[in-house]
Design a protein. Structure first.
Lengths: 458, 458
């Protein structure tokens, strides 16, 4: 039977949607300097939304890069405190030409909102705020638990500012559990809690060869080529299947618990459907690992792009003097970013081709995290989620990284409920990213009920 | 003792320089569509210059891409006909940030003109026009030989239009010899004729993997990466020294005549100086070949750049769906572009990694050429050149490609005098391309005297 909260949410759906669309129109691309003002505008929008929802002490906190937003409501003595986290920054939208409708002009088609950031993470972060509004509006301005909000604008660029802020503000951020909605349902209609995330180390590898770009006719055959040197180096990082060949990278990899591995086999996972989402002729990766193990419990080495040389229209016969590759490692539990970096640097040094110099730069690094699925907050979350969707909650891992979850564990000593409402085909970081409108409302309801029930167990 | 022609050139040096600077100010970058109008403007400039020099029947001939320019002066009955070729288009100037002064605002420093196209080829092509002016002005409007001019605007993009024009206009272009100034002195002060040029085949290799760019957290470990697939493919093309590993590519390579190889050993060549020009820590290439053989008589495979994935500032964790590499083969005498292409296509097919599709596109293809050094015009050119510089002329090859020289041989049945006045450190295709002003005047004098002497032998 629908509660007062459910009724309130139902009655306000169209306004909740409009507010989200307004936020999605702000191109808060954190990695591109030309969008710095847009990112600041998105921060202001979120801060206002928190205030309108009745959150107190709302502050937009300047950082060396993009602002953090803090706010709290602490009038439930004796009740637990939930630290709500989300991010208002988004990935760059390129390649733009592949978007059916512009990335920052949200378009509604077939019950979905198409826009950059719709699922990752504006649409999910905003559910928290609307859940708070619904709870307060139907309960005389009161909340069933104490809440704190910490929302960042650098999640897509490594989250450096929040990583500095958390250790310095442990008292302010003190809580019993963190709540993050930046993940997805394992499959449509399946209540899902994520209890593990891979870490991420993002690097640049720069190769230099000749002192300047050379004419390939005059020097070709005798002069080193920086782009080709980088290609020859990076090609050695993995074998034809996708197994990493860099010595030491697999050394510390934790083997998942057999019980957990067993539970993955019961998930409604179709390799065929996964291949359809990927859209290639076949999958790659370590042949002796299941697909879920490959994306959840195994490290990866990925090359995201190479800049350097000539890539414009037509022909330029140049031997490039310089090339930079963007590469990353996804890391799994027990892997230490410093050790992986040391192994990579040594390997780069040992394998740099003749006539080429290389340099490795770290853009960000965060280890993997694992959450205890038997923690009381996780337990309440699982039960609530089962009720709203009418099915048992499944526990999965995620292949992506939410670096702050590791900080919450190590600095604040609290676990994180990773309760997300995206779908596997939402296209995060891709053209035509979408978020299903029904899941937006489902998320608001589920979060509101989770907070209610969590307030009851104390 | 200086002749009347020498005096005329001396007296008009500053005007000749000003005219060239004006031409260099036109950014006639043939490969970039946004410069189409500039290329047309450069064509108009050259046509006017020809008319002012007394060349008749000057025509700007429209083509599918950039215009050709034709002109002639045919009033020396019984004398040979020289077909003067040059190009008024230039390479793109990027990377712009490495130019000390803007590429299309010619700057004079230390006796050099710094500008894109100063040496390749505007500065050299324009010498022909000024030599004609000097000859006519000092000889009552007459020339010692018949001349035809054919000047193109697509040399830097494969020369498709001129390659179509020549076979269809054999009568119009009938001549005894072609004259091209698009090469360089072997060393400062050494009169040099080029008697061999490598061919060039410029290709694009496109790799596709996933249907769209994917989130590397969600799919990393199981999804193919188009950029990495292309890297793994291309890395196999050469070994660590630079030897090409693509089966069949070396099959037809002609071994140079031992006499020619012997003569290369007597050239004032310093590997140390060559390394200094390259600016890297060491040279690469086939270890069993001399440096001159590697750049003149051996084929190369070069990767000029890879587009695809993320290469902007900061971090984007994307598994790229698509990647395109610009690659080329330099070919030597006896290699057939069609056979090299077939070998490459087969190799690409056989080595394309799992989950990746590849496609090869040809942007241009022209075979290598060799000129008989004992041809009378080459002989006269060598003698003239020896006189203007006071040293024996050396015969060398060039590693670059001037595709039209092959067309002149096969379609018109004439050899080409490759008499260029650049210097090895001119930086063709590189930032800060330069041309020495003294060599510009030297070129005008030497060409004028070559035409005079060539007129005497008939």
């Amino acid at each position: 039977m629908p509660s007062a909260v459910d009724d309130y949410i139902k009655q306000n759906e169209s306004r909740f949607l409009e507010e989200l669309l307004e936020l999605l129109r702000i191109p808060s691309v954190s990695t591109l300097p030309e969008h710095t003002e847009d990112v600041a505008r998105a921060a202001g929008f979120v801060a206002s939304a928190l205030e309108r929802a009745g959150i107190e002490n709302v502050q937009v906190i300047p950082t060396a890069n993009h602002p953090l937003i803090y706010g709290d409501w602490l009038h439930a003595p004796g009740k637990p405190t939930v630290l709500c986290y989300g991010h208002y920054d988004v990935q760059p939208p390129d390649p733009l030409e592949l978007w059916k409708t512009p990335p920052f002009e949200p378009s509604i088609r077939d019950g979905n909102i198409y826009a950059r950031g719709s699922a990752d993470d504006k649409g999910q972060m905003y559910m928290h705020i609307k859940a708070i509004e619904a709870l307060r509006s139907t309960n005389g301005g009161k909340l069933p638990v104490n809440v704190k909000f910490l929302i960042e604008g650098e999640e897509e660029v490594g989250g450096e500012s929040i990583a500095k802020y958390v250790p310095k503000n442990k008292d302010r951020l003190k809580a019993d559990v963190a709540l993050v909605s930046d993940t997805e349902l394992f499959a449509d209609g399946v209540p899902t809690l994520c209890v593990g995330l891979r870490g991420l180390m993002y690097l640049e590898v720069e190769a230099t060869g000749p002192a300047r770009d050379l004419h390939s006719g005059m020097y070709g055959g005798a002069a080193p080529n920086a782009v080709y040197g980088l290609i020859q180096l990076l090609a050695k990082a993995k074998d034809g299947d996708g197994r990493i060949l860099i010595p030491g990278v697999y050394d510390d990899v934790a083997i998942p618990d057999p019980v957990e591995v067993e539970s993955w086999k019961r998930l409604p996972f179709s390799e065929q459907e996964f291949l359809r989402l990927v859209g290639s002729t076949e999958l790659t990766g370590e042949p002796d690992q299941s697909v879920l193990a490959r994306i959840w419990a195994r490290p990866t080495f990925e090359v995201h792009g190479i800049a350097g040389g000539f890539t414009g229209a037509g022909a330029k016969t140049v031997i490039p003097a310089k090339a930079v590759a963007k590469v990353s490692f996804r890391m799994v539990p027990n892997q230490n970013p410093d050790r992986v970096l040391a192994a990579f640097k040594k390997w780069v040094k040992d394998n740099t081709p003749k006539g080429i110099q290389t340099e490795v730069r770290v853009l960000s690094a965060a280890p993997a995290i694992l959450v205890n699925p038997h923690h009381p907050a996780i337990d309440v979350a699982a039960k609530t989620f089962s009720e709203t969707l009418g099915k048992p909650t499944v526990f999965i891992r995620g292949g992506g990284s939410i670096p702050i979850v590791g900080e919450f564990a190590s600095e604040l000593g609290i676990p994180t409920v990773l309760m997300g409402f995206g779908l596997p085909d939402d296209g995060l970081h891709s053209p035509n990213e979408k978020y299903r409108i029904a899941n937006y409302y489902l998320g608001i309801r589920t979060i509101a009920h989770f907070l209610e029930r969590y307030g009851e167990i104390s």
